[in-house]
Write a protein that binds this ligand. Sequence first.
Ligand SMILES: Cc1cc2nc3c(=O)[nH]c(=O)nc-3n(C[C@H](O)[C@H](O)[C@H](O)COP(=O)(O)O)c2cc1C
Length: 258
Amino acid sequence: MKDADFYPIIFRRKSIRTYDPTPLDEDILGNIKDQITSLKPLYNDIEVDFKIISQSDVNSRMMKKAPHYIAAFSEAKEKHTEEGYKTNIGFILQQMDLFFSANGLGSCWQGIPKPRKKVLESSDLEFIILMAFGNPKETLHRNNILEFKRKPLQKICKISDSGVDEILEAARLAPSAINSQPWFFTRNNHVINVHSFKPNIIRAIIMKKYIPIDMGIALYHLKVGAEHFGKTVEIVFDENAKNNTPNGYNYVISLKMD
Ligand SMILES: Cc1cc2nc3c(=O)[nH]c(=O)nc-3n(C[C@H](O)[C@H](O)[C@H](O)COP(=O)(O)O)c2cc1C
């Protein structure tokens, strides 16, 4: 199983919701467990745990089931933003979403289903979210960028320059809960600042808990994009960018490219 450059897979991936219910072979699950241990966090000082659980460990009510799920747990630690630990989980687990897609397996972030009590009680950390995975029973990849339902680049950034557009394109195509695409990007020379929109009260009821996760996902895609184009990336918190966040947005973090 490979985890080379994920940039091309960003242009093909999609959420998979129909699975072959047959569990994956033990050796494949072994590879997946190895991959999980090699994931790179956004923040090194937040304790996280990822458990592979099966269909019977998940309360999914009306949702279609997958043979396996990754259950993500985290220390509930404030980091730059109040819910920075959720952004960390988005950043880490999106590496698995792309890994699955690059290796012929389907996956889908699952905000609604919850693990059963025994799984929740098996960790001292806070349960954050599930990711379903398994052999797909639908087409695994998109063949055309038009198959992505996404906002145009002009709606999600204040930058336009051919050098950076191809990097931002990776973030534009990122998955998000209810496809809300809550991100907005500004730029200061070789730094891309990442912001999230402030939902109105009604939308906040549904979206608030997912926005920090979505932001971690988009940030990971941005990093993949920058590295694909040969940049060395550093993720930094920039007080100045925070103070210059556009109206209606919250500052999240910045990506410095050299
Ligand atoms: C944090 C998060 C939670 C999600 N929760 C669900 C879910 O509970 N059920 C579901 O079918 N899809 C869920 N999704 C998948 C999104 O609906 C999907 O990513 C989005 O519509 C874009 O489609 P795509 O991933 O196929 O590009 C979730 C995605 C994210 C990032």
